[in-house]
Write a protein that binds this ligand. Structure first.
Ligand code: SF4
Ligand code: SF4
Length: 342
């Protein structure tokens, strides 16, 4: 590929595109140091199969495909995941499952590659020495074995790498590993301001990566991954001077659904009872009062309002008071699609 082909493209929010993130449960076999699940806010329930399918009906559109990510906790701990995937397909969802790689309940034998659009694995290091202190002893080996089996079984696979100060220096070793494994897509994420890292339960502070380090490391690694044939997606994070800020809560259709019935439009709000909707008796209800949707309408020079509220100290300013960087919506992505995948 020429260098021109490796230019990252910002993936603007598309009118009419709907992304549904359904947390089937909050339980997990692992205890990652940066876990974003917050049982105090989202409960400990596992959605019964019938309820999960009823909730999927609330967000499905018969006339148009929507994107669905099934997640947890660890979604493969759900005994009926295969049936829920099949029901979602029949409701015109493109289905992705986000797993930590343990693939419980023999998932690969219970669904076919035609029924599952993507199986996504979370790996936070290119070897056990980097990954396992973050995600748990033995996790690297189990997860990469799961990727092997999925690729061999003909499933489309992707890997999510959550970048933090703990692992950013090892990101450059991921592209060759993923190309060797036969992974098709690589999602580079930034560590969230939610769950353990936000509450200080992540065993130490200082998980965030400063702008200069992010910009120095992440885009070149993304280009290298694309050069090796991977479709790469990574967060925009910082807007250029000429780029317009958009809050996804105002211009996109994203729904983050938890088993206690909370439905958020903004993932940064998930640690707070600010959800715009809730599901009660299998009906979707808009909530009255001061919720996340009030924040979406505030225009500030720093860009994302929630980022400014959650980590004001991380925003740098010029002497005249203007922010040095505008922070984009956390849902705004950049991507590089290798030529053969376009
Ligand atoms: S980050 Fe994911 S895999 Fe890790 S403990 Fe949390 S839910 Fe489980
Ligand atoms: S992350 Fe910021 S910009 Fe994006 S939806 Fe939430 S409040 Fe809006």
């Amino acid at each position: 590929m020429s260098d021109r082909d490796l230019t990252a493209r910002t993936v603007g929010f598309k009118e009419g595109e709907r992304n549904v993130f359904l947390h089937l449960l909050t339980a997990c076999n692992l205890s990652c140091r940066h876990c974003y699940i917050n049982p105090a806010q989202h409960g400990t329930a596992t959605l019964p199969r019938e309820t999960a399918i009823a909730w999927l009906r609330l967000f499905a559109r018969p006339e148009k495909e929507s994107n669905l990510v099934l997640l947890g906790g660890e979604p493969t701990l759900h005994p009926d995941l295969a049936e829920i995937i099949r029901a979602a397909k029949s409701l015109r969802y493109a289905v992705t499952v986000d797993s930590n790689g343990y693939l419980f309940h023999n998932l690969l034998a219970r669904v076919t590659p035609a029924e599952l659009d993507y199986l996504s694995f979370s790996l936070d290091g290119p070897d056990a020495a980097v990954n396992d202190p973050l995600r748990g002893e033995g996790v690297f080996e189990t997860c990469t074995a799961g990727v092997h089996r999925a690729v061999a079984g003909g499933f489309n696979t992707s890997v999510i790498y959550t970048v933090s100060s703990r692992n950013i220096d090892h990101l450059h070793r991921m592209p060759p590993l993923l190309a060797d494994l036969g992974v098709r897509r690589f999602f580079i994420q930034v560590i969230g301001l939610r769950g353990k890292p936000a509450t200080g339960k992540g065993q130490g502070h200082g998980w965030q990566v400063d702008p200069a380090r992010w910009l120095h490391i992440v885009p070149p690694v993304a280009r290298e991954a694309a050069r090796l044939g991977l479709h790469v997606t990574f967060p925009k994070v910082f807007l250029e001077q000429d780029e317009i800020f958009h809050c996804a809560g105002r211009v996109a259709e994203n729904y983050f659904i938890f088993p206690n019935g909370r439905v958020y439009q903004c993932p940064l709000c998930e640690d707070y009872p600010l959800h715009s909707f809730e599901i009660r008796d299998n009906r979707l209800l808009r909530r009255e009062g001061v919720n996340e949707d009030r924040l979406f309408t505030l225009d500030i020079p720093e860009g994302c309002v929630m980022n400014k509220l959650l980590q004001p100290d991380n925003i740098e300013y010029f002497a005249d008071g203007r922010p040095r960087h505008r922070i984009s919506c956390c849902l705004l992505k950049q991507e590089i699609v290798p030529e053969r995948r376009k």
